[in-house]
Structure formats: structure tokens, C-alpha cells
Design a protein around this ligand. Sequence first.
Ligand code: HEM
Length: 405
Amino acid sequence: MQRDSIPDHVPSALVSDFSLFTSPGMAPTANGDPHAAIARVHGMPHIFYSPFNTRDGRGTWVITRARDQRKVLEDIETFSSHRSIFSSALGEDWPMIPLELQPPAHGIFRALLDPLFTPRRVMALERNVRKQASALIDLIARMSTSCDVMKDFAIPFTVDVYLGVMGLSNSRSDVLIRWVSDLLHGNGVKRTEAAQSIVNFIDEVAAMRRKQPAADFMTFVVRAQVESRSLTNEEVRGIGVLFLIAGLDTVAAALGFDLAYLARNPEDQELLRREPDRIALAVEELLRAYSTVQIIRVATKDVDFEGVSIRKGDLVSCATMIANRDPAEFKCPDTIDLTRQGNRHIAFGYGPHLCLGANLARREIAIGVHEWLARIPTFRIKEGTAPITHGGHVFGVQNLILTWS
Ligand code: HEM
């Protein structure tokens, strides 16, 4: 580890080579378990400095305790989410909305968008979500007794749900899947091209909905008013881009981790198949144990946080997969107990930026698992194959070959 990549104000005793990108189990690994690989952080200082903990190799503070992460995440004045991660891939500087906004703009846009994803609004989408899930699984069940869950179900399912919310047909699914994959996992030119294609797509859908309004998300956005004015083109784009990338990889990864867990634990699989009313609670436990998102904040000023001196401009990582396995917060955190009650996990973040799509995500996952169990008999990981998992900003499953008889 290069000492000169570590800022001078970071004490050596607080530096660790732990990283969500480079520690064992974080690179794509066959039969890997990136969540188990984070267990060691709970024996380390409660806040430490990781010199290589972002996709572009930057250092971050790592907050390990759930209660400290909540403190960081609710103080959005001190720990800001304003980073323009997407637009910087294009050499530009506009925020994804509302994720990269600070108060008061953040609150204004949350008030505008929150009503679109209330439990009641999500309930109205459920019929369509169930239809998308069952169509894909029926096709799999008809064709074979084996499939790659990610390619054949989880990824197309989340894209179809997204396109349904946007009021678009699924004729563009394949190309959207490629763009999102290149954006999140590709490098250099591929990533920039994917970002540009996504921007063009969002601009095109927005222009179409200005001309031909419909009962869908983008029509709402292009007609919306904040503080008695219409949204600018950049604001429409900032919202469109975020909703495209926030809900695809995350939901697909959750389904991948959940079905891999059930494939390896046939008793739990049978329990949920026999008593599907348990699925919603089980999904909460699986969201906790297999949390996928590392949240990054930037300190807006020098601050003494829980005895550690954090300087203005430092990056601070609140990795939900670390908080959600904090032994001070959860009894036996590495044990998966599908009947766990009072599950205060922060898989969807915490505080003002709490996931706006959480109601939809929960239903997508529960419906996906429910329809899978209802249509596919006892399944297991196919002999001779090994699911490939990875760490990073969003933990995920690259492939998961299941089989059944
Ligand atoms: C299992 C699936 C999902 C997980 C684990 C997840 C996780 C998260 C997390 C951790 C945050 C907080 C980020 C931060 O504080 O920096 C967040 C924010 C957000 N998520 Fe999700 N998400 C999921 C699905 C979705 C879906 C389906 C949508 C869209 C319908 C969505 C839309 C958003 C939006 C718009 C924000 C920004 C909220 C704000 O800044 O106020 N997410 N999500």
C-alpha cells in the first residue's frame, strides 16, 4: 500500500487494506461470498481508512457500526451526496435527482416524486409486475429444467418492470440491459458510450412524452412543476437517468442472491413454497444479509466524528452490507433466519436519501420469489457450475445456473 496515497491527517493505526473492490472475494469469484468476506471489519477499529475503496481507486473512511452509519446518513449537510457520478463519465457536471441534491432542492424534489411510489401506487403496479415475472418464468419452465437465473429471469424482469413504469414496450430491453451493464461494469470508452446512450434514450423518451402524453412516469416528470416552474431539460434528464440505473442492478442482484440462498437451503425453499405468506418477511432478512449498496458521502467541512478527524473533501463509505452484519445491531448477524423479527436493516439507506423506490423494490423481489417458487419445483445449483459473485459499489451475481427435475 502506497503511503502517499493516504492523506497526512489519517493516522497509520487507522489504515487498513480492506476494500470492497480488492479484498479477497470482491473481484468476480466462482462460488464466492463477498458478504462473508466483510465479517472481518467488525473486529477492526469502528472507523478506519481504506486507501482503495472506490471504483476509480480512491480512498474512503469506512464506517463499520450501524449506529454510526445512521448518524452519517441523516446529517446530509455535513456528509453530502453531491458527486455527479454519472454526468462526470461524460465530462459534465449535472446531478442525478434527487440522489445528488443537497437541501433545500433535495426536499423539493422528494416531495414531487415521493407520491409516485407510495405503497398504494405500487399496489396499482403489482398486476403488471406479476405478469412480467410469470411470463418469463413460464417460458423458462416450458423450455428446460435448467437456466441462468440472471440472464433468463432477474435482469430481463427488472428491465421489463422499469419499461412498464415508463409506459414503454419491452422491445428495447436488450439494448437497455447492455447499456446498464457497460455503465456499471465496463471501463473507459464502453462506460462513456453507455452513459451517452442512456442520456440520448432519456432525452428521446422525454421529448416523446412532451408531444404524446400518456399515463406514465416520464409524462408526469415533463409536466411537473416545482416552485411554480416547469423542470429544466437537465432536471428531467437527472431524474430519468437515476430511475433507470437505481432500480435495475439492485433488484436483479437481490433476486440472484435470494435464489442462490434458496437453492443451497432446500428446507427454507420448501418452507416458503408451502407458506408463501412468509415471503415478505423472508425478503427483509435476505435484504439485510445480502445487502448490495455501498453509499458514499463527501465531508463538506472538517469534523470530529466519533473520535476520528475527518477533513473537508474526504470520502466516507457507509457500506450497507457492513452495517447490516453489525453484531452490535443484529443477533448472530451471519446467520440467515427467515423468521427474524424487528429487522432494522438499512439495505435501502437511511435518512433523507432513503431509497425512493423501496416499496416497488420490495414488491418486485417478493413477487419474483413467489412466482419462481410457484412455478419451479425444488431447485439446486447445477452440478459442475459455480455462481460468480462480485463486490464493489453494488454487490452482485453474474451468473447463477439452477436446475430442477
Ligand atoms: C433491492 C433494490 C434496491 C436497493 C437495495 C436500493 C438501495 C438504495 C439505497 C441504499 C439508496 C440510498 C443511496 C444514498 O443514500 O446515497 C437508494 C436511493 C434511491 N433509490 Fe434505491 N434501491 C433499490 C431499488 C430501487 C428502485 C426499484 C428504484 C426506482 C423505482 C430506486 C430508486 C432510488 C432513488 C430515486 C434513490 C434516491 C433517493 C434520494 O436521494 O432521495 N431504488 N436506493
